[in-house]
Design a protein around this ligand. Structure first.
Ligand SMILES: Cc1ncc(COP(=O)(O)O)c(C=O)c1O
Length: 392
């Protein structure tokens, strides 16, 4: 069995879910997962959901984003954040990233603020915390909520504290590839009771008996509610609840979060050492007092042309090297975005992102052991030594 999924209490907790159907109705693992996040990150509220994207959508709804409002986010990311904003009928405004860190540039965020701005979603990409204090300062000055996308940044640290502890909302993803995972899932953190209640109610079907800190749903409806005139909903919502099966696996994984993040950090130290010998490759810069959680190890390659990027990829993989990843398209260059009415406004608006995106190589940090990683990184080193950079 793959240790990614089975080296902790995953199987035992799943067995407990399957064996105890009367307990399962009370969502014990969802409650335990939320409590574990609250204790680890020292926040007041955690809301477990069926994905990180569901968390972002619920956070935007809780912050009161309405059609026509504007939300600022990073174009150097996945489409989910901008996608949720557009689905809500709001407008996405992209702020460019910093060349060194690949994360949203607070100075560019300020330039994009208007009276219609209703939320800012910074993304801590590849596992590197964004510039939280500066962004929070902006949020405070203009009364705009900050929703941190920490999907990739489990246990990332910023100036001595964990990411996710002090924004209006912070989302962590439990998707298949993340440090800890239940294949699909997410957790939303906040310290604000009103926001927590709104997000939980939206993601929990709008049931009126949901509160900021209660995952149990109307599955256990007390008998006094069994009346034809009982009204269940006082708001609208969707079903973004996490299942007990996923919560059970996620809890087991979260019990090992330190170990899992440490392995990726240790693997990244090996990349750090190796890339000291290849100065034409620029690893993502980690500012002082920021602690990266290395979802991936991101490097700006010297390849300016697509065919050169692909040529090195093919050279390495043909030699038996492990494959590596390209950065996703700049968000506003995705097909769906180029057809959008605002594309003319977005196009070319974030030149730093566009420059980094085409050159970036994302190396794997999710090897199952240090030995496995060492073997693959040595192979990569050989490919870098043997590849004829002069002829690309
Ligand atoms: C940066 C980022 N944001 C958002 C998401 C969406 O999270 P999920 O897949 O859990 O919905 C992901 C990943 O999957 C991600 O990497």
């Amino acid at each position: 069995m793959d240790p990614k999924w089975t080296d902790g209490n995953e199987l035992e907790y799943l067995r407990q879910v399957l064996e105890n159907s009367s307990e399962v109705r009370k969502n014990p693992f969802t409650d335990r997962l939320e409590k574990a996040f609250i204790e680890k990150y020292k926040v007041k509220y955690a809301i477990a959901m069926n994905s990180g994207a569901s968390g972002i959508h619920s956070a935007l709804v809780a912050c009161g984003v309405k059609p026509g409002d504007e939300v600022i986010t990073s174009p150097y990311s996945v489409l989910w954040d901008a996608g949720a904003v557009l689905i809500m009928g709001a407008k996405v405004v992209f702020a460019d990233v910093k060349y060194g860190t690949h994360n949203i540039d607070p100075a560019k965020v300020i330039e994009k603020i208007s009276e219609k701005t209703k939320a800012i979603i910074p993304v801590s990409y590849h596992g590197l915390p964004c510039d939280i204090d500066e962004l929070k300062e902006i949020g405070k000055k203009y009364s705009i909520p900050i929703i941190e996308d920490n999907a990739q940044t489990h246990l990332g640290e910023y100036k001595g504290r964990y990411v996710g502890t002090d924004a209006d909302f912070a989302m962590f993803s439990l998707e298949r590839t993340k440090h800890i995972s239940c294949h699909e899932g997410g957790v939303l953190l906040t310290n604000d009771e009103t926001l927590a209640t709104k997000a939980r109610k939206f993601g929990g079907g709008g049931f009126k008996n949901l509160t900021s800190d209660k995952s149990k749903l109307a599955a256990i409806i007390p008998s006094e509610f069994q009346s034809p005139d009982y009204k269940r909903h006082d708001s609208l919502g969707l079903n973004y609840r996490i299942s007990e099966f996923c919560a059970a696996v996620a809890l087991a994984q979260f019990e090992m979060v330190e170990k899992k993040v440490k392995l990726r950090r240790d693997i990244s130290k090996m990349y750090n050492e190796m890339f000291k010998h290849f100065e034409n490759f620029e690893p993502q810069e980690v500012p002082k007092d920021y602690i990266h959680s290395y979802f991936t190890y991101s490097v700006k390659s010297p390849f300016d042309k697509l065919e050169d990027w692909k040529s090195f990829y093919n050279f390495h993989v043909k030699r038996g090297g492990d494959d590596f990843y390209a950065m996703m398209s700049t968000v506003y260059e995705e097909d769906v975005m180029t057809k959008h009415k605002d594309y003319a406004e977005w196009k070319g608006s974030c030149p730093v992102t566009e420059k980094i995106q085409s050159k970036a190589i994302l190396f794997k940090t999710n090897y199952r052991s240090i030995n496995d990683a060492e073997k693959n990184i040595n192979k990569l080193k050989e490919s870098l030594e043997k590849y004829n950079f002069g002829h690309n």
